[in-house]
Design a protein around this ligand. Sequence first.
Ligand code: MF3
Ligand code: CO
Length: 254
Amino acid sequence: MISIKSEKEIQKMREIGKIVAQAHEEIKKHVKVGVTTKELDKICEDFFLSHGCNCSCKGYPQGDPNPFPATACISVNDEVIHGIPSDRKLKDGDLVCIDIVADKNGYFGDATRCYVVGNASETAKKLVQVAEKSFWEGIKYAKEGNRVSDISHAIQEYVEKNGFSVVREFQGHGIGTEMHEDPGVPNYGKSGRGPRLTAGMTLAIEPMINAGLPDVFVDDDGWTIYTEDGSLSAHYENTILITKNGVEVLTILS
Ligand code: MF3
Ligand code: CO
């Protein structure tokens, strides 16, 4: 079931969205050669806790024998998503994607930023740019009356036009009183399919794109997703609100 948020709920979505955006601004200052992904995770966690939020990813899903053990998902180079923070130090040329989710007053915000560290390859830089731009291309279609897959199609078209591929196994999602709500929002497919977009829907739109083939696999840790061919991967994400006049991006500071 797709939930339509009331004005009161939207205020809470805006509040958590802003905190998630601010957390990214804070983390970004520390993304440098030599920092460990665990240190970045700690900065994120401290930020969320000091802003009265729960770290939604830590211990998710509840009751799972192998829940996600950290606050931030930090995925480097050929890691696509759900990388577990560790003592790994970022190196010159690394591509790092940081995916963070927090909840406050019962409402969730979800956003991912991707960076290249130091002197990266042209491919790495372009991949990061295309992932981000594909989000904006997609949300041009995020308006009342359009269908979910209009967003999906626009993302895929833009990514493939730029010579990269779209991961199929993971997708964007509704978000609100839970991290993952209906509808699923694939990053590929024909336009004109899926539920109609309506004012009051809140969605996490999150293209995951690879420099090589789209195929991925799960690591033995049960979380980290890698590209099958070892190629670089990038991820970009924001929580958005469909409005009467278009779209509002909740996880970007205005
Ligand atoms: N932002 C991710 C998502 O949209 C985070 C979920 S993975 C978690 O699905 F387990 F760490 F929470
Ligand atoms: Co998400």
